[in-house]
Write a protein that binds this ligand. Structure first.
Ligand code: SF4
Length: 395
């Protein structure tokens, strides 16, 4: 089933923030339709953020996180606040829950400033509406009033969430939507050689075809062997996308005034700011002996690409620059505090985290004047295919 198949990283992340005892956990449970978080009468019982996957119909798969309460003054509260900030860094949309009888407007406004800084959309939800409203609520006419005892009010919240998330989805990154207008023609070069899996296409190819369809872009799929003929037959080609392995041949076949890029470059861009990553990759050429590179891996993978960050990219960089830079590694959600000591950050593909988390790390690098790229773009640069591929991005 769709819900079970969608990994956490591909789900839209909705987080519930609010003061301790604002009714967040009860709202979380009600939204999920099951008792996932512990609901308690005691203050601050939800010590760790709980994330659960759900299908928000008709929007689609989302992940909902119930955060620890804000404004907790106990010793452990500081730790909880840090956790809350980490959740903020991967939140796509926020619900701010408030109890009208105990609404701390200052806390809400400071959280709202955090949402705005990170460009996270949010809705203010007054909980416990069955206990009545008060004058404070009147100052927030756009807020939603709900009660976990009133199913209709929870339905209104679901509908509003669907509407807001659909807006968010329209704006979020697609592989090709921002590059070509509707009606454009893209030729996708898919070599069917011994390495191609039997009887099917690989995920980036399927994703790109779907993305073209979503954006009204005509996708013409050909093997490398039919490329030349196809280019002659088509009256207009706006972009050619190829498998990286065939890049050299394709680059020689496609006229120099036709835009060309690779599947992996387009895919790398769905997890971050592609233009920033391309600029970041170009910082590789200025690396010297002793330059410091942070290799940021979002999880303790253990999967097949283990060598890419530890062996392949460092070797390519040494060969390309003739220099001996220093490689440091960080794994997981934490970014080191001394980020400005680095000359370059190379982020992993980020398949286990959402693009918002990568975007936030990009923002930290930008603020500290440190270039950032990712594994896919760095490899494209080091293999010499980025130079021609970047024209379509206007760089
Ligand atoms: S690309 Fe990043 S997030 Fe994906 S498995 Fe590797 S380290 Fe984890």
């Amino acid at each position: 089933m769709e819900m079970e198949q969608t990994p956490l990283s591909s789900r839209t992340h909705v987080s519930i923030f609010g003061a301790v005892n604002a009714g967040k956990s009860a709202l979380f449970n009600k939204l999920l339709g099951q008792d996932m978080a512990i609901v308690s009468e005691f203050r601050g019982t939800t010590t760790d953020p709980v994330t659960k996957a759900m299908e928000l119909i008709p929007y689609g798969p989302i992940a909902v996180t119930d955060t620890a309460g804000l404004g907790d003054t106990t010793a452990i509260g500081g730790e909880r606040m840090k956790k809350t900030e980490k959740i903020l860094n991967r939140t796509d949309f926020a619900i701010y829950a408030a109890d009208p009888s105990d609404f701390d407007e200052t806390a809400y406004n400071s959280m709202k400033a955090q949402f705005e800084k990170r460009r996270i959309g949010h809705i203010l939800v007054f909980t416990k509406s069955d206990l009545g409203s008060n004058g404070v609520c009147e100052r927030y006419p756009d807020a939603l009033h709900v009660s976990v005892r009133d199913d209709a009010s929870i339905e209104r919240l679901r509908s509003l969430l669907c509407a807001q998330l659909s807006k968010y989805a329209e704006q979020s990154n697609s592989m090709i939507g921002g590059l070509l207008p509707a009606g454009a023609t893209a030729v996708l070069v898919i070599p069917i050689d011994s390495e191609a899996p039997k009887g099917r296409l690989i995920l980036p190819q399927v994703q790109l075809i779907r993305d073209c369809l979503d954006h009204g872009i005509k996708a013409v799929c050909v093997r490398d062997t039919e490329l030349e003929e196809t280019l002659k037959e088509l009256p207009r080609v706006d972009l050619v996308v190829t498998d990286s392995q065939a890049f050299k041949f394709v680059s020689e076949t496609v006229p120099s005034n036709t835009a060309l890029t690779s599947f992996s470059i387009l895919l790398a861009g769905t997890k971050g700011d592609l233009r920033e990553f391309i600029r970041g990759a170009e910082a590789i050429r200025s690396l010297k002996d002793g330059s410091r590179i942070l290799m940021a891996e979002a999880c303790t993978h253990n999967v097949s690409h283990e060598d890419i960050g530890r062996i392949k990219i460092p070797a390519l960089i040494r060969k390309h620059t003739g220099a001996q830079p220093i490689f440091d590694y960080c794994v997981g959600y934490d970014f080191p505090e001394n980020i400005s000591d680095y000359d370059l950050v190379i982020h992993c593909g980020g398949c286990m985290i959402n693009s918002r988390a990568v975007m936030n790390r990009t923002a930290v690098c930008r603020e500290n004047g440190v270039p950032i790229t990712n594994y896919g773009i760095a490899i494209a640069y080091l293999s010499g295919i980025l130079e021609r591929s970047k024209a379509i991005f206007g760089i």
